[in-house]
Design a protein around this ligand. Structure first.
Ligand SMILES: *[C@@H]1O[C@H](CO)[C@@H](O)[C@H](O)[C@H]1NC(C)=O
Ligand SMILES: *[C@@H]1O[C@H](CO)[C@@H](O)[C@H](O)[C@H]1NC(C)=O
Ligand SMILES: *[C@@H]1O[C@H](CO)[C@@H](O)[C@H](O)[C@H]1NC(C)=O
Length: 567
């Protein structure tokens, strides 16, 4: 059922590029990598709505098969035919279908993996399969120990996962651990129904609007919708009909295995706003809830063996220990791990964006407007009524020189400048004054609208409603630019990011391009855009309060961009 996509020339190039980058990386951090083989993408029959819990049952165990259905909850008396076919029930129904079902790997990119029937007991994630472990991606490309990341060889080593983090076991071993101890006894497998997003990251990067929304949720949504998109052959070309979002299954719960309730909530409060607006029915669990599942599936401790008084009932004790071991089986899981994503080429060597692994793996499968469902939900939550429908470009056009070429011009040109003068990273005061004056003159001359936003003066709803109308977003490098995820795309939608001269980071540049919009990096009176992207650089003054920005040149850039002089 599982197949590796045949490699195109571009893939081969990426593999080689990845190998070269990994090689360089290995020279710097020799302990960091053991293997360089490419595990880019595996897709297996992803066209499944909810996971059928009874696919792929194993042959019965050697003992007499217990009556599996003895404890089945009778339900659905009043439900429709369709509903009663649902593979699971929410009526205290964990006793339903307790046999061991093999794990299926649905899709995988570095740091992003979708499984059906993934197991967890005592804190270890189990893949149950009759296939050898070489059949699966190396576990270090799927998970890590979840420790906060530092760029030291010691820390890189400490984040390497072990069998305690993720293990691949045979169905026989799974049955020994959690199957009937004696004929007629039940399996001790407890179903966690529906679709779960398992996040192994610590709070280090979760507590930031950018890293949470534009990396974690952005990458998850790209990977999820790409995996389940209804593209006929898995690859969208200019001539194939666009895949649709219709059959994208809902995400029922997020579990932050490694973060407490505070660990993903940023100080301004945009993470909770975005998550609740985008997924109103979502259940969120945290480390404490995960620990509940860990501790309740932990076998009772072995009594210390007393050599002067050996326990005559030892066999019995072993049986009791087995009877006390339980396992949770998750119907369908998207498993994300930041450290594992950094072991890939797109993230680790090229963009430093975990979402880049998910997005690039799925780019050819992503339906038109794949991000729009979340964008639309958040805009509507904020009370926006204009520009809710975006015109995201076809993904195959993303690599074209001008991916916006076929999009309509905006009805009104709205330039939004996020004024960060009250924060540490800010423009030289005189430059800020001249910039506002230049923008005022330009917008007055051309009849455009200028909005100067001091985020601290506006409610979240107001900030987001402004983004729904913004054509050109201008700001110093900083978290506020995450709002670009909420802009509508038009012929000229643009993000202009000011850096201290020579400074550059990929955060907003990558995200802007992933959404098919145009990004310019401004250094005082010059600018850079693709294909002349600067190198990542944090020079002196990057975080400082005296960043130069020459207003008249920036106004010239904006005017030229609207007049399509800089396509
Ligand atoms: C081991 O058994 C001996 C003999 O019954 C007993 O005296 C001793 O306390 C036991 N040790 C432990 C640690 O239970
Ligand atoms: C934000 O509020 C402060 C204090 O009330 C005010 O001085 C400033 O002009 C406001 N900024 C904007 C852009 O409205
Ligand atoms: C910024 O550009 C302006 C216009 O070219 C120039 O006069 C000014 O000296 C530059 N500032 C810095 C710090 O380079």
């Amino acid at each position: 059922m599982v197949f590796l996509r045949s490699l195109s020339r571009r893939d081969i190039f990426l593999v080689l590029l990845g190998a070269v980058s990994l090689h360089l990386f290995t020279l710097i951090f020799p302990s960091a990598l053991h293997s360089t083989h490419d595990q880019r993408l595996i897709i297996a029959n992803p066209h499944i709505d909810h996971p059928p819990a009874d696919t792929n049952p194993l042959p019965p165990p050697p003992e007499a098969e217990p009556d599996r259905f003895k404890n089945t909850v009778q339900h659905n008396v009043h439900t429709t035919e369709k509903e009663s076919k649902r593979p699971h029930t929410h009526v205290s129904g964990a006793q339903v279908k307790q046999e061991i079902i093999e794990t299926t790997l649905v899709s995988h990119a570095y740091g992003w993996t979708i499984f059906r029937n993934l197991y967890m007991a005592d804190g270890t994630v189990f893949i149950v399969s009759r296939h050898p472990s070489s059949y699966f991606p190396d576990i270090r490309f799927m998970t890590s120990t979840g420790l906060p990341a530092e760029n030291t060889p010691e820390n890189i080593k400490l984040r390497e996962p072990t069998k305690k983090d993720m293990a691949i076991i045979s169905p026989e071993e799974a049955r020994h651990r959690w199957g009937p101890v004696k004929a007629g006894e039940p399996y001790r497998v407890w179903a966690v129904e529906g679709n779960t997003f398992l996040v192994n990251d610590p709070s280090q990067f979760l507590r930031h609007y950018y890293h949470f929304v534009a990396e974690l949720v952005f990458g998850a949504w790209a990977f999820w919708t790409g995996t389940f998109s209804q593209s006929p052959d898995g690859v969208v070309t200019a001539s194939s009909p666009p895949p649709t979002l219709e059959n994208t299954p809902s995400l029922d719960r997020f579990i932050f295995m490694n973060s407490d309730a505070d660990g993903w909530r940023d100080n301004p409060g945009f993470n909770r706003y975005f998550l609740r607006a985008a997924f109103p029915s979502l259940t969120v669990e945290h480390r404490e809830d995960w620990d509940d599942r860990v501790l309740t599936s932990r076998p009772p401790p072995y009594p210390a063996y007393n050599y002067s008084n050996p326990d005559p009932n030892l066999d019995k004790t072993d049986e009791e220990i087995r009877r006390g071991s339980r396992v949770w089986r998750f119907d369908q899981v998207l498993f994300a791990d930041r450290s594992a994503a950094f072991r890939g080429e797109a993230c680790g060597s090229r963009t430093q964006r975990t979402a880049a692994e998910a997005f690039e793996a799925m780019q050819k499968r992503l339906p038109v407007g794949w991000w729009d469902p979340l964008r639309k939900a958040v805009l509507q939550f904020a009370g926006a009524t204009e520009n809710i429908k975006s015109s995201a470009p076809r993904t195959e056009l993303m690599s074209a020189a001008d991916p916006q070429a076929h999009l309509p011009m905006p009805e009104k040109v709205v330039i939004t400048y996020i004024d960060r003068q009250k924060t540490k990273r800010s423009l030289a005061p005189a430059d800020h004054t001249l910039l506002v004056k230049s923008l005022e003159e330009l917008t007055e001359k051309r009849g455009w609208e200028l909005i100067v936003v001091q985020a601290e003066n506006l409610t979240k709803d107001m900030q987001i409603r402004i983004m729904a109308r913004t054509t050109i977003l201008l700001s110093i490098h900083g978290n506020g630019l995450t709002h670009l995820c909420l802009m509508p795309n038009t012929r000229i939608s643009t993000v202009i990011e000011m850096f201290v001269p020579e400074g550059f980071a990929h955060d907003y540049q990558w995200t802007t391009h992933a959404l098919g919009m145009r990004h310019f990096a401004v250094w005082n009176d010059t600018w850079h855009t693709l294909p002349n992207k600067p190198k990542v650089n944090y020079p002196e003054g990057f975080q400082g309060p005296n960043i130069p920005a020459y207003g008249p040149k920036i106004a010239e850039l904006i005017e030229g961009r609207v007049d399509l002089k800089y396509p």
